[in-house]
Write a protein that binds this ligand. Structure first.
Ligand code: ADP
Ligand code: MG
Ligand code: MG
Length: 253
């Protein structure tokens, strides 16, 4: 099973002008085998939702619940969330100088599984995913995200997704800054992950382009910290044609 339930989530950050509420009651359920897209204009709170579920300390939950298979996610540390099966691919992944991709992946896998992966299968798995992601073998020896191109960062994240094998993956703007070839590689990786048993995907995006390659089951329109509309994949087509204008205007009233 893998169900992520976000209920009436309110989140604030502390700014120089005092606390600012960014998420104003978000409710969203991702069930087994479902892919949900969250689409919305810049500044609508999409990344805030991702960070809040992942446990970033900047974001203070003032109300609401997040449950993964009935377990209270908000009471967990960041590590516990990862071990429970949550994965976040960040819009702006951090650099980790001095830590190679190979070491990083193995350490993360060991931490999440509670034991080190068997060397022989692990090396095979890593090489396999690097090849599928179109990353050179030498890529494994580079420091995590240091000097990576936009495309390399995203492909590295999909390699993590493949190897760490979470229950629910939250992918924040995985499409941003990708040329069409890299976009297809990344989309293939996400689609492979979706084929596995009982996986949930929350795909956060500003543009509809990636949704041509990753077909969501549900689309949620996010405006001003709230879900303004919901529907099936046809909603993405409508957004592609008409943009977010009508939602932004309605939210401003
Ligand atoms: P999106 O990902 O949809 O572009 P964000 O979640 O990044 O939106 O931001 C939503 C709003 O919250 C924006 O107005 C942004 O400036 C504000 N915000 C986000 N994080 C912080 C923070 N750490 N401190 C202050 N303001 C923040
Ligand atoms: Mg943004
Ligand atoms: Mg964002």
């Amino acid at each position: 099973m893998s169900t992520l339930e976000i209920k009436d989530l309110h989140v604030q950050v502390n700014t120089e002008d005092g606390p600012k509420e960014i998420l104003k009651g978000v409710t969203l359920t991702i069930k087994d085998g479902e892919t949900h897209a969250i689409m919305g204009p810049n500044g609508s709170g999409k990344s805030t939702l991702a960070y809040s579920v992942a446990g970033h300390p900047r974001y203070e939950i003032t109300k609401g619940t997040v449950l993964l298979d009935g377990e209270d996610v908000l009471g967990m540390t960041v590590d516990e969330r990862a071990r429970a099966g949550l994965f976040l691919a960040m819009q702006y992944p951090v650099e980790v100088p001095g830590v190679s991709v190979a070491n990083f992946l193995r350490t993360a896998k060991t931490a999440i599984d509670g034991e080190a992966p068997k060397l022989r299968t692990w090396v095979k798995d890593v090489n396999g995913v690097m090849e599928r992601m179109n990353l050179d073998a030498s890529f494994s020896q580079r420091s995590v995200n240091e000097g990576f191109s936009g495309g390399e960062k995203k492909r590295h994240e999909i390699a993590q997704l493949d190897l760490l094998d979470p229950k629910v993956a939250i992918l924040d703007e995985t499409d941003s800054g990708l040329d069409i070839d890299a976009l297809k590689v990344v989309a293939d990786g996400v689609n492979e992950f979706r084929k596995r048993e009982n996986k949930g995907v929350l795909l956060i995006t500003h543009y509809t382009r990636i949704l041509r390659y990753i077909k969501p089951d549900f689309v949620h329109v996010f405006v001003a910290g709230r879900v303004a509309d919901e529907g099936g994949p046809e909603l993405a087509d409508e957004l592609e044609a008409n943009g977010y204008d009508k939602y932004v205007k309605a939210a401003a009233v």
